[in-house]
Design a protein around this ligand. Structure first.
Ligand code: UN1
Length: 515
């Protein structure tokens, strides 16, 4: 193992000599198939992880369910105090965990650390929430009656997360779920097991210190079968899934079939629209970050760019200059702006999309190749690409498909109406961004005739949302909402309680039924 990798692993007590247990339900286990964690920068095997056998998965589900029956009796503010300690424990390892994200997932250091910060932020939020998850009292039409809406814990919440945010997305779900009094079972992406093991280790120590069953935050690494078993389990009332539209469709259907609840965070195909009055010195770097940041592997990455005719040439000129400054490299090195794609398969998808752009005679302004230099050949490095497809029809394959790579397609428009129509014409509806200083454009954009995405920004790029507002998208993005806003309300079961404190028992709606 390179010293670059072993230093990161050692800083988080991850063994570099043994096979590592990838199952936690109060104790560390794992005697199933071995899975290798592969570094996307160097191609080296970072560790071998022992995943869950079907028996281990079922035992973990049972222990998680037991842990819930204990945890639901812990008062919410006390649960908040435990979250506060989890927050402190994560913050004290922010740099180390951030480096592990860079090592295993491939995003650059500042983004890896930022992702851990996002987990810290949502813990802060959930600590406050633990004293504010209020129900309400509703006026009854009957004398001497009162109606309460009471939020109660739900049960076991499963979190099926994706490779691209191997820490933060679990954090959004865990923090709200714990505050609400649930126990959580986490199935991370099979390609980022070490991030999940490091996070679970930190959390389990806090739980232990507080004499709370470790299975309140269980972990089961594994492949498709593990995910399928969780999705089908009657003991899991809520499944929160982040991933592709293809898999999300199956998850949503199968959870609904057994009358479970799901939160789906699926594909994004996000557009930025730039009006002629926009401040280009802000818009250009924002599009640059949105399209090239995380090597185009955020759900919120900017994939479509709609430029007003009056500024299109200047915009593309200046944007290309910025693209030329991108040097790929080791994401662990502070000065690197572009890390690798997460897997070899992602490089193939990139190649295929480039080929498709060539077949449809798109003008590729910059990029379009893998980085050939020998020092990058072991890693999954591809050139950030800007293309101008001939067709502007948003229903064409190139516009309507999310390619998880740094490819930005651009088109020119003449009026805002047209740009909004293009923005909304794709199946996905996660994030969107308008650049303007004209209040009238803004009003149109955020209103009923505006963007139909879940995230509708103005003079802010498509990616990099804070945790305070609910995060999620509409249409084929799955309509899920996580993190802030009212998202917590999905993690409880609501009890409507009509209470009669009178000496009469009148029926509602004045119904008369003499006994
Ligand atoms: C994702 O890509 O799945 O808004 C989540 C953002 C981040 C979260 C992205 N806060 O880009």
């Amino acid at each position: 193992l390179s010293s670059r990798a072993s230093n990161v692993l050692a800083s988080l007590d991850i063994s570099t000599t043994h096979e590592i247990s990838g199952v936690y339900d109060g104790e560390w286990r794992g005697s199933g198939e071995l899975v290798s964690s592969i570094c996307p920068t160097t191609g080296e095997v970072l560790a071998r992880v022992k995943t869950a056998t079907p028996e281990e998965l079922h035992a973990a589900l049972e222990r998680t369910r037991e842990a819930y029956t204990h945890f639901r009796n812990v008062p919410a503010p006390r649960r908040g105090e435990i979250l506060r300690q989890i927050r402190e424990a994560l913050a004290s390892k922010r740099d180390e965990l951030g480096a592990l994200v860079s090592l295993e997932m491939g995003k650059i250091r500042t983004e890896g650390v930022g992702e851990v910060q996002e987990f810290v932020d949502i813990c802060d939020y959930a600590v406050g929430l633990s004293r504010m998850m209020n129900g309400r009292v509703v006026a009854s039409e009957r004398p001497g009656h009162s109606i309460l809406e009471v939020p109660n814990p739900l049960g076991v919440v499963a979190v099926l997360s994706a490779f691209n945010f191997p820490v933060a997305v679990y954090g959004w779900n865990l923090a709200l779920s714990l505050a609400a009094g649930n126990a959580t079972i986490w199935k991370p992406s099979p390609t980022t097991p070490l991030c999940s093991i490091a996070v679970t280790t930190i959390i389990s120590r806090v739980l232990e210190r507080n004499s709370v069953p470790g299975a309140v935050a269980s972990l089961v690494t594994g492949g498709k079968e593990v995910g399928e078993a969780i999705v089908e389990s009657q003991d899991v009332p809520l499944v929160s899934f982040t991933g592709s539209e293809h898999v999300g469709r199956i998850v949503g259907k199968n959870v609904a079939f057994r009358f479970g609840k799901s939160i789906l965070e699926l594909g994004g195909n996000n557009a930025s629209i730039v009006m002629p009055d926009a401040d280009l010195s802000l818009a250009i770097p924002a599009v640059f970050f949105g399209a090239v940041g995380t090597a185009g592997q955020r759900c919120t990455s900017t994939r479509r760019l709609y430029l007003h005719r009056n500024i299109a040439d200047e915009f593309l000129d200046r944007l290309q200059k910025m693209y030329r400054t991108v040097a790929p490299g080791d994401p662990l090195i502070d000065s690197t702006l572009l890390g690798p794609l997460h897997t070899r398969a992602a490089c193939d998808t990139y190649d295929k999309t480039i080929q498709h752009l060539q077949t449809i005679d798109a003008n590729i302004l910059t990029g379009g190749k893998r980085y050939g230099h020998a020092s990058f050949s072991a890693g999954n490095f591809v050139e950030p690409t800007i293309a101008i497809p001939k067709s502007v029809n948003p229903k064409d394959f190139i516009w309507k498909t999310e390619t998880f790579a740094p490819i930005l397609n651009a088109a020119v428009f003449d009026d805002l109406e047209q740009a909004i129509e293009w923005n909304n014409a794709v199946p996905q509806g996660l994030s969107s961004s308008l650049w303007t200083r004209d209040l009238r454009n803004l009003g149109r954009w955020i209103g009923p005739n505006g963007s139909d995405a879940g995230i509708v920004n103005v003079n802010v790029g498509t990616s990099g949302a804070e945790i305070g507002a609910a995060f999620g998208g509409n249409k084929s993005t799955g309509w899920g909402r996580e993190s802030g806003g009212d998202a917590w309300k999905q993690y409880v079961r609501w009890s409507a309680c009509t209470i009669n404190f009178s000496d009469e028992a009148p029926l509602a709606q004045g119904v008369n039924f003499p006994a």
